[in-house]
Design a protein around this ligand. Sequence first.
Ligand code: MTE
Length: 321
Amino acid sequence: MIIRVKRPSDVPSSEITPEDVYLNRRRFIRQAAAGAAGLALAPSALAAMEWPSPAGPGQQVDYSKLKSELGEPVNSYKDITHYNNFYEFGTSKTDPAENSGDFHPRPWTVAVEGHVKNPGSYHLEEFLAPYKLEDRVYRMRCVEAWSIVVPWRGFPLADLVKRVEPTGDAKFVQFTTIVRPSQMPGQRTDVLPWPYIEGLRLDEATNPLTLLVTGLYGKDLPNQDGAPLRLIVPWKYGFKGIKSIVRIRFVEDMPHNTWWVVNPHEYGFYANVNPNVPHPRWSQATERRLGEWRRRKTLMFNGYGDQVAQMYAGMDLHRWF
Ligand code: MTE
């Protein structure tokens, strides 16, 4: 394997693409088309993967005003950064914000390994340099039956997969979180086996919805949300969204994932949001959106079925939960 570690660039990752350039690359086609035709577009019309970017050149974006493609308002920055799951910093929802202040997400190295033609180990800035960051509003549904709407900033994992050229033996991708108990107090306990690991099938990894995320609300990720690099797979339960990634490995066999290792009867590899398959200890039919009182019905594939259902055609989703 080739190991390439270059000097980190002076440019912060968030400034690799000027803000107005990437904000304007993506027009909010739904708003424009619905306005012109006076009609609400069916979600299938969004298959072209266009995302809200309402700002014009040089204009400031008010991220708090962004909406998902279903018209859902984003949650507040406070909610998104103070109600977290990140067991490396503790098990309660407020622990990550409270206990992650001493974590240093820079300098950072990311390794790409396994069955690829172009493996390597890169400083974060060099790793991110080839990719265009964009803002996308996604729902995230946690397996614990709460949900949140977040304006993420990142790039399609598919763009990375294309660059590193997986060989025919690459069937899955495994992701690994950093191990740094000196700065992550939860890793000084055995509440989970460390490091946290996750995995995707290769077609899931290359689905245009799957993002490697570096920021939210137009800023770099705060420590508690997975700085400096995390995964977001919006049609899956939130635990697939592994944080603070240091290794991306292309493998032949279905990799383990942390929650499956901890309790294989309760957590599967696929973890697709599915209101028809209850968790053994609670229903998944409804959810509480942070900031709302009334419960919502949970949508199949978290509302992204038009973009992802075909990947699971013919699969028994009760078995492959
Ligand atoms: N990644 C790591 N490394 N450690 C974790 O404990 N928790 C997961 C996921 N990624 C977790 C993780 C779970 S259970 C959820 S629901 C989401 O992160 C929560 O993401 P958020 O805190 O940004 O809402």
